[in-house]
Design a protein. Structure first.
Lengths: 185, 362
């Protein structure tokens, strides 16, 4: 067993016994352990991130995904992938539509680009970010616009630009409360 | 820009970088007071594209994220799938994966050190290093049939096998380049001209390296040992003796020397793998079903820790896939390295993190 597992278990017990009890550990076929932590509320994230940092963990990366595409398309899960020694620790936080996610950039400077990317590509609001400027998109473009109209990958993968623009028009028409069939081309 | 500073743009196209990245330097006199880095020129939305491809197609897609670490991507992606499906690699495949990655590491590291030689005006050294690297390109062509994208990985193993003839060729070329690398290493460590341009330049202290979570040779040149091959040994690494390299000056010279020494260690690892190469199959022999699940996979790419997060839902394609390349955290640390540096050193400092922009922007 990795020596970092007991260290994480102890840290989590101090943080919140319920979170510690719900944390899962898994060994992959190479015998390497990973940890999976679920947080009840985004507000708890900075405190846990601070405890992890104090124990020598670093932030590897973050992932945003929708956990319920059909039922709650505006909700997201944000997975923070920390590394403690050789053990990856994934801390997941669910974020309801319109809620604000606290920044961990003041604790982990390498979260800066991660969180800025999150804000502009998914439209997630992050509070207390020290430098919340755009990375990829111009400031004049609405945040999360690719997500709402057409994924950027569809642009780069498209054979005909007319298909892309038709999809943008259809989405905008539906957003205005009309069916695409009613819209004048 | 203030009354005492002016702005100096570098990029988005610049000789130090074959890919586009835009740096806006705030300059006071000959020194860089501060800087901003602007990304976005190469964002292709590949993570989203991957969710529209099946698991097999994603091996091909991820291999094309970048050329220099092209094997690291599909290899780590396959590790994530194998974790989710509980697939144990055949022993022979574990060793061939290490050989493949270490061959790529030698090529990648030699390009970066060669580029440094070019940037300090030592083009003869650049050409000599590229000539050594060319031997590695030959090795790739003979062993895999390609010079850059090797197509070596399948889910649950590798696509290639090494017969006695290929192994003999591999060992012959390693024996050829090793003495050349020893000579070059001594030269790089002692040459005064290179030392003047690279020692004490672009320093990243150990504390800053830890704070910024930098990885790979950038971390190890600043005294931070986070080599995934050591901290979480995967594939055949638990069975191999890996010589580690750690320096503490945190400057351009240290980063180059870590890369150079690690390239030489790769030769030793390749020899160990070949000597211990187990008999048996190289793959499962069938396309496994991937159940719903999620996994984090990591490996030590030439530039450092490559991290993949994969979620599957029982279908034949990823529900979500995210990768964090080694260059991503290293960009932010570049701000530390460049502050108070001479303008003339900007290009070699930027080059010293061995940045990969195609990887960063996805």
């Amino acid at each position: 067993m990795t020596p970092f597992r007991p260290q994480l278990e102890s840290l989590l017990r101090d943080f919140d016994p319920a979170t510690a009890a719900a944390t899962r550990f898994r060994d992959n076929p190479s015998g390497l352990t990973s940890a999976w932590v679920d947080l009840d509320t985004p507000a708890a994230l900075p405190r846990l991130a601070e405890a992890l940092r104090a124990n020598g963990a670093r932030l590897g990366t973050t992932t945003v995904y929708r956990h319920d595409v059909a039922g709650a398309p505006g909700d997201h899960t944000i997975a923070y992938h920390f590394v403690l020694g050789g053990m990856p620790i994934t801390v997941k936080v669910r974020l309801a539509a319109g809620a604000v996610l606290p920044s961990v950039t003041p604790l982990f400077p390498n979260a800066d680009w991660e969180e800025r990317e999150m804000m502009e590509l998914t439209g997630i609001a992050i509070g207390n970010h020290p430098d919340p400027r755009r990375m990829f998109l111009d400031e004049s473009i609405e945040a999360g616009v690719y997500d709402r109209y057409v994924p950027y990958s569809d642009f780069t993968n498209a054979a005909r630009h007319e298909e892309i623009w038709q999809r943008v028009r259809d989405t905008a028409t539906r957003a205005a409360g009309r069916s695409p069939e009613e819209a004048t081309p | 820009m203030t009354e005492t500073t002016y702005e100096l743009p570098i990029g988005p196209l610049h000789v130090a970088l074959e890919e586009p990245m835009y740096f806006k330097l705030e300059v006071r006199g000959d020194k860089i007071a501060d800087l901003e880095i602007f990304a976005g020129h190469l964002h292709r939305g590949i993570e989203q594209i991957a969710t529209d491809r099946n698991f097999l197609q994603c091996i091909i897609l991820t291999e094309r994220l970048c050329s220099l670490c092209s094997n690291s991507h599909p290899s780590t992606y396959c590790m994530a799938l194998e974790d989710i499906a509980g697939i144990e690699l055949p022993p022979r495949a574990r060793y061939i994966r290490v050989v493949t990655e270490e061959i790529k590491r030698i090529s990648s590291n030699l390009i970066n050190v060669g580029l440094l030689a070019h940037l300090v005006g030592f083009d003869t050294l650049f050409m000599q290093l590229m000539q050594i690297r060319e031997a590695m390109q030959d090795v790739k062509e003979v062993l895999y049939g390609n010079r850059m994208n090797l197509g070596a990985n399948v889910i649950g193993g590798v696509r290639v096998d090494f017969d006695a003839e290929k192994i003999a060729y591999l060992l012959k070329r390693m024996a050829e380049i090793e003495p050349q690398l020893v000579t070059m290493k001594d030269f790089l460590e002692t040459n005064a001209s290179i030392g003047r341009r690279t020692r004490g330049v672009g320093v990243l202290s150990r504390d800053k390296a830890i704070a910024h979570g930098v990885v790979g040779p950038v971390a190890r040149a600043s005294g931070v040992m986070n080599d995934v091959r050591v901290t979480a040994p995967y594939a055949a690494f638990p069975d191999l003796d890996l010589e580690t390299h750690l320096l503490t000056d945190g400057d351009v010279h240290s980063r180059a020397m870590i890369r150079f020494r690690e390239a030489m260690t790769s030769i030793d690892l390749i020899r160990q793998c070949v000597a211990k190469l187990p008999e048996g199959p190289t793959s499962l022999g069938y396309m496994p079903h991937i159940p719903p699940g999620e996994a984090v996979a990591r490996m030590e790419a030439p530039r450092g820790e490559l991290m993949y997060f994969l979620r599957t839902d029982g279908s034949d394609r990823p529900e979500r896939i995210k990768w964090r390349v080694p260059s991503f955290p290293n960009w932010e640390a570049l701000r530390v390295m460049l502050r108070d540096a001479d303008i003339a050193d900007a290009a070699i400092i930027i080059g010293s993190i061995d940045p990969c922009i195609a990887c960063t922007e996805r």
